[in-house]
Ligand binder design. Structure first.
Ligand code: PLP
Length: 394
């Protein structure tokens, strides 16, 4: 016997993984440079030299048994303290290492935080379109995933829709800005309005509604301010990761922040620690704890992503595609040229173009184009995008 829910998660079809597997096989068949794989969110920019330096320094300076040994469950105190200091410099806050719990990336941070803040039967709101794993983490906690539509066509956060979806079972809302898959960065005014709506709802409840801010793309913004949500709404827990900012996706390192300004912070912090225990997510990778402490103030190199975004948006705009102008992250959210996004992707595949249909993200009729690829891939794909548009016109 196995657990049926886990069996379903493990065996259900993942569109993204399937496209990636197809792309790998197809590249072997017809050549790397003839297949345009836009499926994954794997950073295409190398990790900064400071990462390598920090790894080498740690290997040279820290005795092996310490370097590779267990750390305390929430991470090394000196690392948590260095990361808190870095946040304080950036956001004029007064956090300490106690506010941080180091994790194996945002996936662990989110799974732990959702588990910590919900009880079975609670509801967690997600804004559509949304990162597909949210549903898995919410349901695995015994809670219900409530889909709240973003604004039509613009994909901005609709505070009105959030307000309408609040029930007495609402425990939390997941905010992801910069957003995967739309590239939207939510404006400060919108987040202030969201905070006001949540405060108003809280006035009639015993438990506040939490904001779970999923921020793996915080550093990838093309000019828009990425607001620090705990300064706008106190019941906010932040889930962060170095996967995208420092191109360390495979190393699995990030954190959960329960800010000292959060009312009842100690209780929430203990619940996060308890969820880490329950899920087996204690002691984040020890070498990379030290590396991110050394690189805490390292800026993300986003110029290649900006160049890719400009190239792709310019060319797709010229041939008449409709898309959400990406303000952050490294995804372009493009309207399919027919209502069925899967059928559109099938036609795109004939031209070796491999975007992801929007159905995976909880909406129909759009596709996600991950432009975290070599700029030459973008350039080489442009004739195929034109040809695809032409096929639909004729
Ligand atoms: N949240 C979002 C919105 C993501 O896009 C991803 C990864 O792509 C994650 C969480 C998980 O990130 P990590 O690699 O840090 O686990």
């Amino acid at each position: 016997m196995v657990n049926e829910a886990m069996f379903a998660y493990g065996s259900e079809r993942s569109a993204i993984r399937e496209i990636f597997a197809y792309a790998t096989a197809r590249k072997a068949e017809i050549g790397e440079d003839r297949v345009f794989d836009f499926s994954l969110g794997n950073p295409s920019v190398p990790a900064p030299p400071a990462v390598r330096d920090a790894i080498v320094r740690a290997l040279e300076e820290v005795p092996s048994t310490q370097l590779h040994g267990y750390t305390p469950a929430p991470g090394l105190p000196e690392v948590r303290s260095a990361l808190a200091d870095s946040l304080n410099r950036r956001f004029a806050t007064t956090y300490s290492g106690d506010d941080l719990f180091l994790t194996a990336g945002a996936a662990a941070s989110m799974a732990m935080t959702i588990r910590a803040l919900t009880s079975p039967g609670d509801e967690v709101m997600v804004i559509t379109p949304y990162f597909p794993e949210y549903r898995v983490w919410i349901e695995a906690a015994g809670a219900t995933c409530v889909e709240v539509p973003s604004k039509e066509m613009s994909f901005r956060l609709s505070v009105g829709n959030v307000q309408q979806a609040i029930t007495e079972r609402t425990a939390a809302i997941i905010v992801n800005s910069p957003n995967n898959p739309t590239g939207r960065v939510y404006r400060r005014e919108t987040l202030v309005r969201l905070a006001n709506v949540l405060r108003e709802a809280n006035a009639h409840r015993e438990q506040p509604i939490y904001v779970i801010s999923d921020e793996p793309y915080r550093e990838i913004s093309y000019g828009q301010e990425v607001s620090w949500i705990p300064s706008i709404y106190p019941h906010t827990v932040v889930c962060y990761s170095y996967s995208k900012a420092l191109s360390l996706a495979g190393e699995r390192i990030g954190w959960v922040l329960v800010p000292n300004t959060l009312p009842d912070a100690q209780r929430v912090r203990s619940s996060v620690a308890g969820a880490a225990r329950a899920l087996g997510f204690v002691c984040a990778p020890a070498l990379f704890q030290r590396v991110v402490a050394a690189c805490a103030d390292e800026p993300a190199d986003i110029e290649a992503y900006r160049q890719n975004r400009d190239l792709l948006c310019g060319a797709l705009g010229d041939v008449g595609y409709t898309f959400a102008e990406p303000e952050g992250a490294f995804y372009l959210w493009v309207r399919a040229l027919e209502p069925d996004a899967q059928a559109f992707c099938d036609r795109a595949r004939e031209l070796e173009l491999l975007p992801v249909p929007s159905d995976s993200f909880g909406v129909s009729g759009w596709v996600r184009v991950g432009y975290c690829v070599d700029t030459n891939t973008i350039r080489a794909s442009l004739p195929a995008w034109c040809e695809l548009a032409r096929m639909y016109r004729s």
